[in-house]
Ligand binder design. Sequence first.
Ligand code: NAG
Ligand code: NAG
Ligand code: NAG
Ligand code: NAG
Ligand code: NAG
Length: 402
Amino acid sequence: MPLAAVLLPLLVLGASSVCQGQGAASHNITAILAAYPEFTDFSAALVSTGAAAEIDRRSTVTVLAVDNAVMARLKAQKLQLDDLQRVIYLHVLLDYFDAAKLGSIQGGFAQAASLYQASGKAQGSDGIVNITVFPDGRVAAFTPSGPSNRLPTAFYQRSIKEQPYYIAVLQVRDLIWSPAPADGVQAPPPAPQPDAAPGLTDLLSKNGCGGFASLLAATADAVTKYDSSAAGLTVFCPADEAVEAFNSTFKNLTADAQLALLLYHGVAEHYSAQSLKAINGDVSTLASDGSKNNNGYNLTIRADGDTVKISSASASAATVTKTLLDKAPLSVYLIDAVLLPRRSLTTTRDTLRPPLRRPPRLHMHLHLPLRRSRRRLPLYRSRRRRRRRLHMHPHPHLPLLR
Ligand SMILES: *[C@@H]1O[C@H](CO)[C@@H](O)[C@H](O)[C@H]1NC(C)=O
Ligand SMILES: *[C@@H]1O[C@H](CO)[C@@H](O)[C@H](O)[C@H]1NC(C)=O
Ligand SMILES: *[C@@H]1O[C@H](CO)[C@@H](O)[C@H](O)[C@H]1NC(C)=O
Ligand SMILES: *[C@@H]1O[C@H](CO)[C@@H](O)[C@H](O)[C@H]1NC(C)=O
Ligand SMILES: *[C@@H]1O[C@H](CO)[C@@H](O)[C@H](O)[C@H]1NC(C)=O
C-alpha cells in the first residue's frame, strides 16, 4: 500500500482531533433543548440519567432526541434507572453526524459507539448503533447493532442543531431501543397501544413478510392505522418478490396513495383460515374511510375449493399462498401479488393533470372501474418462484425501501 494512503487518513484524523481536543467543546445540551418545548421530557431524562453532563463534557457527540409523545410511552414502561439509562445513553452517539454527513455515508451504512458503550455496562456490541441510510439518501434509520428481529423505528426526522464537528442534535421518530414488554414479540397486539407497531412489523418480517413490513415501517401513518385495529386484524401480505417488483411503482405514488395502498392490505377483523373461506363477498379494508367514498377500497374474497382468491375494484387480484399466522386477534396470509385499490393509481405525474373523472357517488356501485385506469394497471405477480423460497427467512435488518 502506498505510504500516502496510510498517512493521509492519519493526518486528517490527527487534524480533526486537534480541533476536537478537550476544552474545545462548549455546548450545553440542556440549553440547546430548552428552545424546544417538545423535548422537555427527553431533556429531563438526559439530566436525570447523567447523560447531559456526559454530553456537555464530550467534544464530539450526536444526540438523537425524541419528542414528549415518545417519552410518554417510555415512561409508561416504568423502567428502573439502569434500564432508563441504557435507553437514553444509546441515543447519544460519540461521533458527529449531521444531516449532510448522514446523507453521504459511504455504502449507506455506518456504526457508531454510543454513550452506553462508553459506560462500560454494555455487553459485547450492545452499545454500538447501526446507521442505515436508505437508497435514496433521504432517510436514515438507527438500530442497535446487536442481533435483533425488530424493524427500525428510529428514523431520522429533522435536524435540531448542527455545530460541526462538535455537536449535532437530531430528532428521530421513535426510540432506537427500549426493553421489550415481556414476551411482547410473540404475543399479538393486545390493546390499541402506539407501542404495538414495532410488534406488528416485527411479526410480519419474522413470518416471511419482510418486504411489506418494511414498506409499512417506512410509512408511519400506516403503522398507526394497523395498530389501532386492535379488536382484530387480518393482514394480506404480498410476497417479498411481488413487493420488490412493485417498488418502483410504489415510489411513484403520492404519499396519500402509498398510504391507501398499504392500508388496503389490512382488514380490521380477525379472519381465521376457516372463516376466510366462508366470506365469499366483500370486506372493507383499513383503507375504507368509514362510509365516505369507500368504493374502490373493498376487497372481494372468494374461496375456490381450498384456494382463497382476492380481487379488488381495480383489475388486480391475488391468491392466498400460505397462512403465516393465525392466532386471534391477528392473522397474516401470504399472497402472491400486490393489490391495488382503485384510488392508488394517482402517481406523482398524474397529479399534474386534472383529476380523473369521477362518477357521482350514487352511481359508484354501478360503474365498472374507470377504463383508463384499468388499462394502465399492471399486475405485480411474483414471477420468480424460486426466489420465494430464498425469501422465506427474512434478514432481520430491514427496511431498505424508500
Ligand atoms: C446549561 O444550561 C442550563 C439551562 O440554560 C443551565 O441551567 C445550566 O446551568 C447550564 N449548565 C452548565 C454546565 O453551564
Ligand atoms: C448491525 O451491523 C452489523 C455489522 O454489519 C451486523 O452484523 C448486524 O446484524 C447489524 N444489526 C442490525 C440489527 O441490523
Ligand atoms: C415512475 O416515474 C418515472 C418518472 O416520472 C417514470 O420514468 C417511470 O417509468 C415510472 N415508473 C413506473 C414503474 O411507473
Ligand atoms: C364494502 O364492504 C362492506 C362489508 O364489509 C359493505 O358493507 C359495503 O357496502 C362495501 N362497500 C362497497 C362500496 O361495496
Ligand atoms: C426495487 O426493485 C428493483 C428490481 O426489482 C431492485 O433492483 C431494487 O433494488 C429495488 N429497490 C429497493 C429499494 O428495494
